[in-house]
Design a protein around this ligand. Sequence first.
Ligand code: ARG
Ligand code: ZN
Length: 880
Amino acid sequence: MTTETVPFRLEDYRPPAFTIDRVHLDFALSPSATRVVATLSLRPNTEEAQNGTLELVGDEIVLKGLMLNGIPLDAGRYEALPASLVIRDVPLAPFTLTIETEIDPAANTKLMGLYRSGSAYCTQCEAEGFRRITYFLDRPDVLAVYTTRIEARRSEAPVLLANGNPVESGDVAGTDRHYAIWHDPFPKPSYLFALVAGDLGLVSDSFTTMSGRRVDLRIYCEHGKEGRCRYAMEALKRSMRWDETAFGREYDLDIFVIVAVSDFNMGAMENKGLNIFNDKYVLADPDTATDVDYANVEGVIAHEYFHNWTGNRITCRDWFQLCLKEGLTVFRDQEFSSDMRSRPVKRIADVRTLQARQFPEDGGPLAHPVRPEIYHEISNFYTPTVYEKGAEVVRMLETILGADDFRKGMDLYFERHDGEAATVEDFLACFADATGRDLSQFALWYAQAGTPQIVARGHYDGDAKTFSLTLAQSTPPTPGQPTKQPMHIPVRFGLIGPNGEDLAFSSVEGAAVEGDVIHLTETAETIVFRGVASRPIPSLLRNFSAPVRLAIDMSADDLLFQVRADADPFNRWQAAQTLAMRALIAGTADVLTGRPVAAQPTLATGLAEVLDNEELEPAFRAQVLQIPSEADVAREIGQNVDPDAIALSRRQLRLALARALGPSLMRRYQALGVKAAYSPDAADAGRRALRNALLDLLVATGEDEAIAATTRQFHDADNMTDRLAALASVSSAALPQRRELLDAFHERYRNDPLVLDKWLTLEATVPAAETLDRVKALLSQPGFAHSNPNRVRALVGGFSAANPTQFNRADGAGFDFLADFVLDLDRRNPQTAARLLVAFRSWRALEPGRRTRAEHALRRIAAAERLSSDTLDIVTRTLA
Ligand code: ARG
Ligand code: ZN
């Protein structure tokens, strides 16, 4: 076993003893021996500085020189270890420290700190990467003004970039080297530091801000890929404009730079003025990117840009406050995309993601509050809970306050905390102060983990014309939190009348109801609506107004009515999903008991009507056609899960639906046929989504005509969306034709790593017994690279997170494979290894045979020598 580590606790927060006002960094770049000279202007900050000991952190650092106020320090005055530099008897007045370190970017396989991606140099400092560059007070509440000088061989790195504005550049006389100096006037924490150097292609543009300042916009990428950056550039300009109109936020430097790199642990990073991106969230053109890729590029470009205000101008006091910037910024990027595209469809997609990723986290061993109170390894808290549930909490705040008051609170936040490192309390106080509302109960959303459940019951009294609605809330226990308090849950609602319109009511008793929002604050409340003309169908949690599970006993006919008539598009979709979920759960029980799976006429009727309803946008209809996934069903069943039974039940249901919809499927598919040239806009993307959802159902029949149409679409498509959709349908149905098509796809895109990732994922997600062997074989194919997180996630992540029947093989071979892979990867890239391991998070919900095998694999990991803190943390919590 690896040694125990001491956790970090929110309650232990203390301000830094010293602070750093200015940082001057000088980089002499060289692949395996880069020299860094850091000159820090320090100042004692608190009483604690009085003992005169300065403690800086490092990570695998080699110290080459140390001066205090320009004078070399005696060896007896300090102790330098790879992970710390402790200096005694420092002045109790401002002083400068000059630290020279040597680092090896080429050997940096963790991709944290300064590393190489291809032939370029780049950095990733959030959360704790800066300490891999130099010793520092590497914590977000130390805000300094940075000047960065970079020097490199001109031929090796003609492009030299850092945060802020360019100040100076030129040749280093008498050498083949050149330099550039950048200055960032905005104080920032070290995690926002960035440097890029290399031989890169460039796309330039400009943006004029609302106050008339012209900003130079640049996207750097691998040479030859400039054409694939155009869409990202347009998305950037849209984001800049939107933040001005929606939040009054203007950009603040003379230049904004994005760099796309191929080796990146996460999605992207909001370094001040120099965003660094995983290239999959920048590059897009019709032949290589799907509509979903385009939407992701737009969303991530916006997300990182929006961080300039929510994250950079106002940063986090400590890492427990991560949601302060991430949840808020996800909320902002979701709102942006809703304004650029279809709001209801965006909402449905976001809720699907929340339910698929955050709900299982919240319901399993890795559950933690939106603002955690304890961590061992902060890298493991860049989670769906902090990001997506964090965004939901901000959305609820907007629902509770209303759009105008929400904006007032945001304005106050920007005004009050600009230039500071803030907390969740600071954030909430702005809304309370701006509106006079009491948000103390609401604050529990940041502190209590677990997905609350609302059980709803309605009763209509036809004589009294009253409708009573009882809502009871409870939040299940989660690690470290056995009991929960009731939360303030905003329940948006409507009472659907017989003609489909929302019924009026004359008065309400029993709970706070404001407009169409019920404020549920007690454990249980009964709300009596008076003057309700006829029996309503309650439509609750409209637009998914809170991240909760809702249980309400409704007949299939009422659900069908809701599919047809609910004024809220989200709940129309939700009602169809509920019908499908019921069918899938019943079907799974039928499979397990050997009964024939029952037909589902109500669901089929609902889907057929939605499909035929030309008033509904195609993208919405596509969402309705997409019934819950196998993982959704597993989560809903929650215990004793048999993934094979779920898969079979889902296959049979889809077959039954395809048969019930009959020839209209093919007719509609053909009618939606491509006419104009490809455009990635939301309307066209929606038509493709519907057409491909139809195709996917057609393929479920396994009929020759359907397969022929799919093969034709695969070959004839003029864009990646349609080509990949055809391939995915054949492949995920495990049809024998898949081999030929997968090979053809590989042949066509063999030189394009991002496209090959899609292929790797399709190979890894075929629901067939031979897939595990195929995945193992692909690990040693030339297209795969263990060092590249995108390849690893596509193949191994695809297998473990998106192939429920094969990862959860009854013989445990899927678990053993992931354990072996994680143990191997952990020695080189712990962050990516730990992330893969999260695939085990629902292991306790499996049926006993699989559960035993999963536990065995996890225990084997836990027992390994020299685990990284990242992997140790995940495996320990998963087994706890
Ligand atoms: N702040 C980045 C974002 O925009 C995420 C960076 C996290 N990186 C990491 N290595 N933990 O969401
Ligand atoms: Zn972010």
